[in-house]
Write a protein that binds this ligand. Structure first.
Ligand code: SF4
Ligand code: SF4
Length: 427
């Protein structure tokens, strides 16, 4: 039986519940690139139980171990007891942040995420999302330059910035007939880096004659801060977003999100985060009922699938990757495929459910060697399909998969399903 939110934070009980069956080991993203019992779900659970009982000091070694989990939830999906390894690791990362502090560049990054106006300025200066990615390499290169050592060649492909963010490029209210209306939560990567996702979503809503409210005051869902243990940022942004969503929720049918991580954070992780703040937990639960992933809502609540079926089939072959935060956390996996296959041929990769290896800010900086290794099998299986396009409704997956394909010399192009659907509607 699944654990309740309250059970989840009883680490010692969870540790006692693990029957050490090992079913989680073959699917574990970190264990697949670092085959050590301590970096496996049952290893994490054992150590967390010992920490909570006072038998394990939260020292640098323990910090290093607990920061090695990708939070992909692959273990939870196969565990016969549904033990929530990812959630207890998210909790202990707050203890780690309090004891060891948070690196300056992560603090700077999270400060941006707390203030949209600051983020907008930083974005104009080309700073947003380049910060963490380049920080470590810059540090190493400045050291190597000082000692006349060769500069490290880049093995990282970062997303480029668009000239004007999605939210700043459009009016807040877009009228498409006035019969139906949805709000859009766009997410930071789609707002600043992959603007075509939002533009495509607006094109789809226009064809469907559904008004759009861009909810311009939205703040980052705070997933990057949550996965890093910066709970002050989570508290501030989550409370702001809940109050803000409450202010317009009655005026819209849904709040649609073309991003798996943001959607899972708003719908699921806010409730987990507020497990010890009952009033906020109840408010999060009530208002986030209106949140849906974009393909999920479009397939179940509009005629889009039929409309696409009336359009031409096009030649590019698509393979679809299931983001952990979409399939494993929200059960969304058929919807994007059902919409895409109306116009494109889909060829499935050998394991679409395998985590891409993004893993969050710490994994993309201090533990980048793990993220890079975890991306290798995903790039290889994409290449094997010979697809022209790889698609996933998640821009964190997009960053990681693009980087993995770049490192492996795979030339498949990445598109969010919303971009593919908007393109098909034009045919
Ligand atoms: S699958 Fe669950 S019960 Fe089995 S070893 Fe892993 S965490 Fe423990
Ligand atoms: S969340 Fe992913 S990386 Fe972490 S223990 Fe579970 S399977 Fe392994």
């Amino acid at each position: 039986m699944s654990k309740t939110i309250e059970d989840i934070f009883n680490f010692t009980e969870i540790a006692d519940d693990c029957v050490k069956c090992g079913k989680c080991i073959p699917v574990c993203t970190i264990h697949n690139v670092n085959a050590d019992e301590v970096t496996s779900p049952r290893g994490f659970i054992d150590l967390l139980g010992a920490y909570k009982r006072g038998n394990l000091e939260l020292d640098k070694t323990a910090k290093d171990i607990f920061e090695s989990c990708f939070l992909c939830t692959a273990c939870v999906e196969v565990c016969p007891k549904s033990l929530p390894t990812d959630m207890i690791i998210e909790q202990v990362r707050s203890d780690i942040a309090q004891k060891f502090g948070i690196a300056w560049y992560k603090k700077a990054f999270f400060l941006l995420l707390r203030h949209r106006w600051l983020n907008d300025i930083a974005f104009k200066l080309g700073y947003t999302f380049q910060t963490c990615g380049f920080k470590i390499k810059d540090d190493i290169n400045s050291m190597t330059a000082r000692f006349n050592l060769p500069i490290i060649k880049s093995d990282r492909l970062m997303p480029s910035l668009t000239k004007t963010s999605f939210l700043n490029a459009h009016p807040e209210n877009i009228h498409n007939g006035g019969k139906r209306k949805v709000a859009i939560f766009i997410g930071c990567l789609a707002n600043y880096n992959y603007r075509k996702i939002g533009d495509s979503l607006l094109e789809i809503l226009e064809v469907l004659e559904i008004d759009a409210f861009l909810a311009k005051s939205q703040k980052c869902c705070s997933a990057p801060a949550y996965f890093t243990g910066d709970f002050d940022t989570v508290d501030a942004n989550a409370k702001f977003n809940i109050e803000y969503f409450e202010s317009f929720a009655k005026d819209v049918e849904a709040i649609i999100v073309p991003e798996a991580t943001c959607s899972a954070m708003l719908k699921i992780d806010y409730e987990h985060y507020f497990h010890d703040q009952p009033e906020w937990k109840a408010r999060a639960k009530a208002v986030m009922k209106k949140v849906f992933m974009a393909t999920e809502w479009l397939q179940h609540h509009t005629d889009l699938e039929h409309l696409l079926a009336s359009k031409k089939k096009v030649s590019p072959i698509v393979t679809y990757h299931d983001p952990c935060h979409a399939k494993k956390m929200q059960g969304v996996h058929e919807e994007p495929r059902n919409l895409i296959r109306q116009n494109y041929k889909i060829v499935e990769m050998s394991d679409p459910n395998l985590c891409c290896g993004f893993g969050g800010v710490t994994m993309q900086t201090e533990k980048y060697h793990f993220a890079k290794a975890a991306g290798v099998p995903k790039a290889a299986m994409i290449e094997k399909t010979k697809a022209d396009i790889v698609s996933a409704e998640c821009s964190a997956c997009r960053m990681q998969i693009n980087n993995s394909m770049y490192n492996a010399g795979v030339e498949t192009v990445f598109k969010n399903p919303i971009e593919l659907i908007a393109q098909a509607l034009k045919n």
